[in-house]
Write a protein that binds this ligand. Structure first.
Ligand code: SF4
Length: 280
């Protein structure tokens, strides 16, 4: 067994929280640049230019990309030959979030109780997903998720007999409903299959995949491309002010499901799609 101390995990989570909030992902920057090149609407072009400048300034001056530095979603892929030593693992991750949000001057946006709504003042707890995988490495991915776009995300339990067109309709309606409120252009994470909870988790995981790489499943890659084209015809555009750039990318993950249903989860992300990962 390979031992990894929780002190290393705390330090890594802290650094990932800062990096993710200050540096827009390379694949997002490249896609924004490509969209700027392809966009013909003058106002849309101007907004895309501003988004790219904003990302550049944030990186150079070490400032958060957006004032909403999100709730910290942490994906832990733990090799089954890894033994975590030291303190409680979940607490070590939360300590990393605490330190990262403090040292990175990131806004603390978490309330301890959904009804009483008292700010925890350190952005903890994070939303932590653990997954046991083969091997002796531990991969940590931190994704700060803003709530302007999280609030527009949704899930629909569909009939097993639905057509691909009907699935697309549900996704297109969700994007129309999000409109300018969720800070377009968007990146969509879609989870198809599993159960209600599994589909929602897949949709979130889909957002940490590169947005410029198609699904390895041919029929799913086709669906991603079709959705991207149809969504970019909606004329919502950057900041909702019109243009060809409503969605930068669509990532779909699938999972086997029950014969009687087809869960469809749509996790909408704004243009500030932030995540950073590290192997230990
Ligand atoms: S939706 Fe995204 S860009 Fe808009 S305020 Fe929230 S984090 Fe920032």
């Amino acid at each position: 067994m390979r031992e990894i101390h929780t002190n290393t995990i705390t330090k890594t989570v802290k650094e990932l929280c800062i990096k993710a909030n200050l540096e827009l992902r390379e694949d997002v920057v490249l896609t924004l640049e490509k969209s700027l090149h392809n966009e013909s609407h003058p106002r849309a072009k101007q907004i895309l230019q501003i988004l790219l400048e904003n990302a550049q300034i944030a990186k150079e001056k070490k400032l958060p990309i957006c004032q909403d530095t999100g709730i910290a979603i942490v994906f832990v892929e733990m090799g089954q030959e890894v033994m975590v030593v030291g303190d409680d693992l979940t607490e070590a991750i939360n300590q990393g979030i605490r330190l990262g949000y403090e040292e990175g001057f990131c806004r603390k946006s978490v309330v301890s109780d959904p009804i009483l709504r008292e700010n925890t003042k350190d952005n903890t707890p994070g939303i932590i997903h653990y997954n046991i995988v083969p091997g002796n490495k531990l991969k940590i991915t931190v994704m700060p998720k803003g709530f302007g776009c999280e609030n527009k995300s949704c899930l629909k339990m569909m009939r097993p007999t639905v057509t691909v067109s009907e699935i697309k309709e549900v996704i297109i309606e969700a994007v129309k409903e999000a409109g300018p409120d969720a800070c377009p252009p968007f990146i969509l994470g879609i989870g198809l299959g599993g159960t209600m909870d599994k589909a929602a988790q897949l949709a979130k995981e889909a957002l940490i995949l590169p947005i410029d790489k198609p699904s390895p499943q041919e029929h799913i890659a086709r669906l991603e491309q079709e959705l991207l084209a149809e969504l970019n015809n909606l004329n919502i555009g950057p900041a909702g002010l019109g243009g060809k750039t409503t969605v930068l990318g669509v990532n779909i993950l699938t999972y086997p499901t029950h014969i009687a249903g087809l869960p469809v989860a749509i996790n909408i992300n704004c243009h500030a799609l932030r995540s950073a990962a590290e192997y230990l």
